[in-house]
Ligand binder design. Structure first.
Ligand code: PNS
Length: 161
């Protein structure tokens, strides 16, 4: 049996940084399950269904990746689907503190799941869904930061360009 990894997040919306990390994870693990959190405290811009559609489109050429949504505790979900690895991306040292806290808490909650931190390409180290939404909202240029379809959807959400 191969190693199944889960890559959880809000993906509101998916960026090139996420896609880069999915590709790197797919090369490393036998199977990668990208898991969109359903019950987030944040108010998302896109519905789970929209985020799923954008992700499915973005990774359609990668064979060993699937997209699902989940609610509740991540470690419970990981155990349910038989994933032994949680993949999280670290862009800069500022991400580390929050990620360390989550990883150690997840370790306390389950000894069956290990967190693996991965680095996206340095050209995406400044990229976040939050910044992309902010730029799109004010009509700034986001091409190259998100897939073309996501760019279109962002512009139509905000009524820009
Ligand atoms: O993309 P994000 O918003 O940084 O992803 C955060 C996510 C989804 C990984 C995190 O909020 C999460 O795992 N939520 C599920 C609930 C949970 O397990 N909470 C305890 C974490 S220690």
């Amino acid at each position: 049996m191969g190693i199944r990894a889960v890559y959880p997040g809000s993906f509101d919306p998916v960026t090139m940084g996420h896609i880069d990390l999915i590709r790197r994870s797919a090369a490393l693990f036998d199977e990668v399950v990208v898991a969109i959190l359903r019950n987030t405290g944040k108010t998302p811009l896109f519905t789970v269904e929209e985020r799923m559609t954008m992700l499915v489109d973005a990774i359609k050429d990668i064979k060993n990746v699937s997209i699902v949504s989940f609610a509740g505790l991540l470690v419970d979900f990981a155990e349910q689907i038989g994933a032994s690895i949680i993949v999280r991306g670290i862009r800069a040292i500022s991400d580390y503190e929050y990620e360390l806290q989550m990883a150690l808490m997840n370790r306390r909650l389950s000894s069956k799941v290990e967190t693996v931190f991965m680095l996206p390409a340095e050209s995406y180290s400044f990229l976040s869904s939050r910044l992309v939404k902010e730029i799109a909202q004010h009509g700034g240029l986001i091409s190259g930061l998100v897939p073309a379809d996501v760019e279109k959807r962002l512009c139509s959400k905000f009524g820009t360009k």
